[in-house]
Design a protein around this ligand. Structure first.
Ligand code: SF4
Length: 388
């Protein structure tokens, strides 16, 4: 656990101008900033010693006064299918999750977080069950991708895709998420089409995103095709009901000419019924879109289970009848609780327990779950009416 505040400058939090200004302030020639930028983002150097064409004295100064990132590894799990899940501790003790998925076709996809916790409260999601702590900075969001890119570079591989589908709602932290998207394109040279931003449906932000002029993919977490069913799973639906949401999706497609993906977590007996499939077909008919369905990753706080493949196939066939394509994705990392928020919950429980065990017996008796900043807390709910 982080015990002292590290005041060194985080190089990943600086954009190109910031790096140039830092080095100019040290009296270094302008080309040094370009060299160091190249080591950080093109070579993806693991540490300062790897920066061979940077003079030793400057490397020592960089080590003393700067650092390459703030993410401190708190826990890690590796799945039999190659998925790696990490929990990182931030400077203020908050925990976030990031996942790296490896595919046979050589795609290497990082799933990154935009918030510590989440205010959206989706009932089937472990992160939603734990509440909202704070927004991440653009640097903290971007750094999760560079962490994996660096690791892949060390074994001669490249990070090929980034999806904003980890903890948090990217559009509830819009500016930082967009800045992170731009840094992925500029510093990591990821193509916009290799980046996907996912939202539960914050309608004004979908409109704003349509005006960004980016080729980045948009995914909407839908999960139910009637307001009653969707409102029961995603409280945000009470703020932005389906009519408004799908209206904004039509505007987005019209304005950008881009296809939208709809995410559909298949929950046995709940949203995988023929009625829901027909309702979804009617809802999306005529919209340039694709449905990505994935059987539920069960969480302890939600009683639902994943749909059997037969039910998923029947659902897909109904949709195809409406001219809508659907892919049933393989659940990845199922043996390591790769559903968003699950590993973080375990780490928090473990650390709370360890801390309780160190408390004097009487203090332990009075303990009511609030450990102040010792295990950085979450648990604030944001009123959905306050969300734009
Ligand atoms: S599914 Fe996404 S938006 Fe919903 S609570 Fe979980 S992290 Fe937040």
């Amino acid at each position: 656990m982080a015990s002292t505040v590290d005041h060194r400058v985080n190089l990943y939090s600086l954009d190109t101008a910031g790096l140039e200004s830092l080095l100019a302030g040290w009296g270094e020639p302008a080309f040094r900033a370009r060299q160091i930028h190249d080591w950080l983002y093109v070579q993806r150097a693991p540490d300062f010693d790897a920066m061979r064409n940077v003079p030793k004295a400057l490397r020592e100064r960089l080590k003393a006064e700067t650092r390459m990132g703030v993410l401190e590894l708190a826990a890690e799990q590796q799945s039999a299918d190659g998925t790696v899940k990490r929990v990182f501790r931030l400077d203020d003790g908050q925990l976030i999750e990031s996942v790296l998925m490896e595919y046979d076709d050589e795609r290497r996809t990082a799933c990154i977080s935009t918030q510590a916790g989440c205010a959206m409260g989706c009932v089937f999601c472990a992160t939603g069950q734990m509440g909202f702590a704070r927004n991440l900075t653009a640097g903290e969001i971007f750094e999760q991708a560079i962490y994996f890119a660096r690791e892949l570079a060390a074994r001669g591989e490249r990070l090929s895709n980034v999806v904003f589908m980890g903890m948090g709602e990217p559009f509830h932290n819009y500016d930082a998420s967009m800045e992170a998207v731009r840094r992925l394109m500029r510093d990591l040279e990821l193509g916009a089409r290799h980046i996907t931003v996912s939202t539960v449906g914050l309608v004004p932000m979908i409109r704003r995103f349509a005006d960004e002029g980016l080729q980045v993919k948009l995914a909407i977490s839908l999960h139910a095709a009637t307001d009653e069913e969707r409102g029961a799973l995603l409280p945000v639906n009470r703020r932005y009901p389906l009519r408004e949401l799908i209206g904004a999706c039509h505007e987005y497609v019209h304005k950008t000419g881009r296809r939208i993906s709809f995410e559909w977590t298949l929950i046995e007996g709940q949203n995988d019924t023929p009625e829901q499939a027909h309702a979804l077909g009617k809802l999306l008919r005529g919209l340039n879109c694709h449905v990505n369905a994935i059987p539920l990753n069960p969480t302890p706080g939600f009683g639902g289970g994943p749909s059997a493949s037969k039910r998923a196939d029947a659902f897909r066939q109904v949709l195809e009848g409406y001219g809508i394509s659907m892919t049933v994705r393989v659940r990845r990392g199922i043996d390591i609780n790769a559903g968003c928020g699950q590993l973080k919950s375990e780490v928090q429980k473990r650390e709370r327990k360890a801390l309780e065990d160190t408390l004097p017996e009487q203090a332990g008796d009075q303990f009511n779950g609030d450990l102040g900043g010792a295990v950085a807390g979450v648990e604030n709910r944001v009123d959905l009416d306050d969300i734009e």
